[in-house]
Design a protein. Structure first.
Length: 123
């Protein structure tokens, strides 16, 4: 396997590892189809992922996170959802943009208030 191809697959593998924990299976399947060029890439990706898995721990320990109750993602209209959109390279919806703007306004107001309340250096 040429180094450049292996590096590309390693990047896809890293992204997939994160996505598996954050996205639903259908979304991940669509994403994989968009970044892999057919069955050969998928097989090579499986090998790259298998190489990355420690073989000194039971499979159940490695996948324990999957058996936890499903994580509920913050809904749109929250700062967490805005950050999720940005992290995924998505365009945030208007509700999320407004939530982020309001959060920033509050943070600036608090910062200004803290500066007023904290005595400055009177040299």
């Amino acid at each position: 396997m040429p180094d450049e191809y292996a590096d590309q697959l390693a990047e896809v593998a890293s992204e997939l590892i994160q996505r598996v924990r954050d996205d639903d299976p259908d979304s991940n399947a669509r994403w994989l189809k968009s970044v892999c060029d057919g069955e050969d890439d998928l097989v090579a990706l499986a090998v790259v992922l298998a190489v990355a898995v420690p073989d000194d721990r039971p499979f159940r320990h490695l996948t324990a996170w999957a058996w936890l109750p499903a994580r509920v993602l913050s809904p749109c209209g929250t700062v967490a959802a805005y950050r999720r959109h940005k992290a995924r390279g998505e365009e945030p919806d208007q509700e999320c943009v407004e939530a982020s703007r309001e959060y920033e306004r509050v943070q600036k107001r608090l910062s200004r208030q803290q500066a007023v309340d904290t005595p400055g250096d009177e040299s």
